[in-house]
Design a protein around this ligand. Structure first.
Ligand code: SF4
Length: 450
């Protein structure tokens, strides 16, 4: 049985604007710095060169990859970094002509970075090659890392990670999960909770889930109070705060759907601004799960404790199926892998906290993905802004609609969640690379940039 994918793996507190292009590369750069140190090369490292392939090479700077790598090499983590310092890391390196491997200063030149958008390494399109050089330019250490979506990092060589014990109720697909629930006479939330308790223990799990939900709430609330223009030459104006001001004037029960959309936009504007967000399951799709959970609290009377435990755990249980059996990476599967997965996860979570049966939850998750199949990734200018921000608002609405449909039925339906997940995987394989985070097709080439 492969490693269980925990809620604490899928929901990580990090920074915008992209889990694949910012969070993953920061982690990869830190891993490389730690390897330089572990192998005793740190004192002899004179420079570091980085090659960014495929989608990282195509949209890297727009997605904050260069800032992330400079920060990660110096020892920053997505969880612990100061987002405002990360935003200026690349420019600081250019100005000072220096950067750091942990606390060891080395010389910097923009030519240390090479962008290869048209080259795809076999294992994954989001690839990074790092080389540490001695003063005579000899290569002291070379490693290739892959940012495989959701901030997860893989490598050609073995990354030493602690072995994870097998959880009591590990599952490989939705059918398996439903069978376990039936056998144990438990809900999906209960099974997920038992698995997480086994892995992390009560105190750590509760503390982490509370931190994750607090970060999601804070992100919504900061986004609803932030005005101005988002970073990048597109000059996209933030709108969540204006929406909130207008919505406050209405009878609140009449504008719940509009608030839902404002919550999602607030998160994705924070993400685009490079601020603190929770990867859920990626940064580009980070608005949907917080928005739907916040909406459930504000308009459906669901208690905060239920959102931070059952809602998040059911979202994650479904998200683990996408990560395991298809992809949550826009570079691999297009936007159906990011926004589609998040929409499906949120639908499952909402159905669970509104009292849906296990079958209705699976049905809601299935409906939500079914109508995201084929969704391409084509961010204008490589920025996680258009269509990403609005797309999260629409997908949050789709998640709520999927729950309404599923809850009107008894859970029986023709197309299973597993079938839809496999369909998404196949559609991703067939999709042209123009529509997989390269900004070489779709809106990215049809919107006139000014
Ligand atoms: S279009 Fe979708 S997959 Fe692509 S960057 Fe935007 S949110 Fe992510």
């Amino acid at each position: 049985m492969p490693d269980y994918i925990s809620a604490l793996d899928l929901f990580t507190i990090g920074i915008g604007p992209s889990s694949s292009h910012t969070v993953g590369p920061m982690r990869a750069a830190l891993l490389f710095a730690e390897e330089i140190h572990a192998k005793g090369h740190l004192p002899n490292t004179h420079s570091v060169s980085v090659t960014l392939y495929g989608s990282l090479g195509a949209t890297g700077p727009g997605h904050g990859t260069t800032n992330a790598i400079v920060s990660g090499l110096a020892g920053s983590t997505p969880e612990g970094c100061d987002p405002n310092q990360v935003l200026v890391a690349w420019n600081n390196a250019i100005e000072s002509k220096t950067w750091h491997v942990l606390n060891h200063q080395i010389r910097f030149s923009e030519s240390d970075f090479s962008f290869q958008p048209l080259m795809r390494l076999e294992k994954h399109s989001n690839a990074m090659k790092f080389r540490a050089h001695a003063a005579n330019n000899d290569v002291l250490l070379e490693q290739v890392y892959y940012s495989v979506g959701g901030g997860f990092v893989e490598a050609d060589h073995e990354i030493i990670r602690p072995q994870r014990p097998e959880v009591p109720n590990s599952f490989i697909n939705a059918e398996h999960l439903l069978d376990i629930c039936e056998r144990e006479e438990k809900t999906i939330a209960q099974i997920a909770h038992e698995n997480e308790l086994f892995l992390h223990g009560e105190l750590l799990l509760t503390t982490k889930l509370e931190a994750i939900w607090s970060a999601m709430e804070n992100c919504i609330e900061h986004g609803l109070n932030s005005k101005g223009v988002l970073p990048g030459y597109l000059q996209v104006t933030r709108r969540a705060a204006d929406m909130a001001e207008r919505l406050a004037k209405f009878d609140q029960n009449e504008v719940s759907n509009e608030w839902l959309q404002a919550y999602a936009i607030a998160v994705n504007e924070q993400n685009a601004a490079g601020m603190r967000v929770v990867t859920a399951p990626t940064n580009g799709a980070a608005g949907i799960i917080p928005a739907v959970g916040y909406y459930a609290m504000k308009f459906k009377g669901v208690a905060r404790e239920v959102i931070q435990r059952d809602y998040l755990l059911v979202c994650a249980a479904i998200g683990s199926l996408y990560k395991r059996n298809a992809s949550i990476s826009g570079a691999e599967a297009g936007c159906q892998g990011e926004v589609g997965s998040a929409c499906s996860m949120a639908a499952a979570g909402l159905a669970a906290v509104l009292g849906g049966t296990n079958q209705q939850i699976e049905n809601a998750a299935e409906i939500a993905m079914e109508h995201n199949l084929g969704l391409t990734c084509d961010p204008v200018g490589g920025f996680v802004q258009m269509p990403c921000i609005e797309r999260n608002a629409i997908a949050a609405g789709t998640a709520v609609s999927a729950v309404r449909l599923a809850m009107l039925g008894d859970g029986s339906h023709k197309i299973s969640l597993d079938t839809v997940i496999e369909t998404m995987r196949q559609t991703g394989v067939d999709m042209s690379s123009k529509y997989k985070e390269t900004s070489l097709g779709g809106l990215a080439v049809n919107v006139v940039e000014c």
